[in-house]
Design a protein around this ligand. Structure first.
Ligand code: CAA
Length: 276
């Protein structure tokens, strides 16, 4: 039986732990508490004795629309709190540093089952996954709209976008806040497999990915998998950890300036759109 807390659920099936975003009405946008819950579930999955892989999946038409712009902790607070060091150190710096680390340091095979587009901090977390499966390339894209929100890169995207998609695509995605299409993601090697037309629903797609992972890990030596993952991280960890620590400080300074709060409110009021 899956355990669901605040729209994020957790369950173990055979060799995999499955974490599901279940907020389809908001395109699986996540508030601060939901990102915290996601991190707690990923930590729990890391400690499962029987599992080899952890799958992050969603419901509805989006994988995740990123941070919830209607989160009261971002836009509706006492101004004395909303522009204070105390607030942003606790609710942004500490949380983003930790969440990025939890994903990057996950010892099992981390899998994203992307039923649809992914935006913002959720895109950053997807880029820290080992394996990325996409339901329909035509409906999938990655959007890292930090430059449109008065923010800077988050979740080590300063490194991961270029590492996984190349410098030129990273410049377009990050400096110009343009979406990266599913086709481009596939051509640049980000996508392990896509299932265009095969899965009629998100539920079918999620089941297909789960079965694929269960079959793929069957009879492999589990300690070897964990050992290899540790070794594969040697080259990228210094870059990712350095980027994470620099990003949270640069991002903190943006929140203190107050521009992101204003732009999030504009998004919520449909006065601002992203470049597509
Ligand atoms: N937060 C809260 N609700 C959201 C949301 C978000 N990020 N994104 C979409 N929704 C809600 C919409 O308000 C809408 O709700 P209603 O039906 O009640 O009006 C519903 O989801 C469907 O959205 P749209 O009608 O806008 O769907 P669309 O297909 O026309 O557009 C979209 C989809 C391009 C993703 C658009 O919704 C959008 O631009 N969303 C904002 C995405 C965003 O900027 N996320 C934050 C990224 S930054 C980040 O993640 C870093 C950080 O920590 C600050």
């Amino acid at each position: 039986m899956a355990e669901e807390i605040d729209g994020v659920s957790y369950e173990v099936k055979g060799k995999v732990a499955i974490i599901t975003f279940n907020i389809p009405d908001k395109l699986n946008a996540l508030g601060r508490e939901q990102y915290l819950q996601l991190g707690k579930f990923v930590e729990r999955a890391d400690k499962e004795e029987e599992t080899v892989a952890t799958i992050i999946q969603s419901t509805g038409r989006f994988f995740s629309a990123g941070a919830d712009f209607s989160d009261k902790k971002t836009i509706q607070q006492d101004p004395a709190v909303l522009f204070s060091h105390e607030h942003w150190l606790a609710s942004f710096v500490a949380r983003n540093t930790w969440l990025t680390n939890v994903f990057n340091d996950h010892s099992k095979i981390l899998v994203a089952a992307a039923n649809g587009p992914v935006i913002g901090l959720s895109a950053a977390l997807l880029l820290l996954c080992d394996l990325i499966y996409v339901n329909d390339l035509k409906k999938f894209y990655i959007l890292t709209p930090f430059a449109n929100l008065g923010l800077v890169t988050e979740g080590a995207t300063a490194i991961t976008v270029a590492r996984r998609l190349g410098w030129s695509k990273a410049s377009e995605a990050l400096l110009l806040a343009k979406k990266i299409s599913g086709e481009d993601c596939n051509q640049n090697g980000l996508v392990n497999k896509h299932f265009t037309g095969e899965n009629k629903s998100t539920e079918d797609f999620n089941k297909t990915v789960e079965q694929l992972i269960q079959d793929s890990v069957e009879s492999l030596h589990e300690d070897s998998i964990f050992g290899i993952k540790k070794l594969m991280k040697i080259g990228r960890d210094p870059e990712i950890n350095y980027a994470n620590s620099q990003e949270v400080v640069a991002g903190f300074n943006k929140w203190i300036e107050g521009v992101p709060q204003m732009r999030f409110a504009q998004l919520a009021n449909k006065e601002r759109k992203h470049k597509m």
